[in-house]
Ligand binder design. Structure first.
Ligand SMILES: O=C(CO)COP(=O)(O)O
Length: 122
């Protein structure tokens, strides 16, 4: 299955920590990771194989949304920073909406993502 990982700047460290904590599931369950640009670079530096799209503010969220709409991406882990303003807020809201339109599992914080990982691990 394809899982999208996206994290705002204030949440990127938490995303890397999350990936490390779930390394075994991510490596053994035939999971393909895709991401927005900078999040993907951080994940690569931590040793993960990731297909990177554009950075969020220049269209990366929209690219992930397109994959969800096309049935290519099966889960979205999007660690949003509720304390920061984002110039591409419309793209962010669009991605969340597209996940709901297509009934694709979406976690917007590590606790929710952790539960989704546990479901995959079964
Ligand atoms: O802005 C983002 C999500 O809205 C994330 O994009 P980056 O991973 O490129 O920082």
């Amino acid at each position: 299955m394809e899982i999208a990982i996206i994290a705002h700047d204030g949440k990127k460290a938490e995303m890397v920590q999350f990936l490390n904590e779930h390394k075994e599931v991510l490596l053994t369950k035939n999971i393909k990771l895709v991401s927005t640009g900078t999040t993907g670079s951080k994940a690569e530096k931590a040793g993960f194989v990731v297909t990177k799209f554009l950075s969020g503010p220049i269209g990366g969220d929209a690219q992930i949304a397109a994959r969800v709409a096309e049935g290519k991406c099966n889960m979205v882990l999007f660690f949003r920073d509720p304390h920061a303003k984002h110039p591409h807020e419309p793209d962010i809201i669009m991605l969340l909406r597209i996940c709901d339109v297509h009934n694709v599992p979406l976690a917007t914080n590590p606790a929710s993502a952790d539960l989704l990982m546990k479901a995959i691990a079964i």
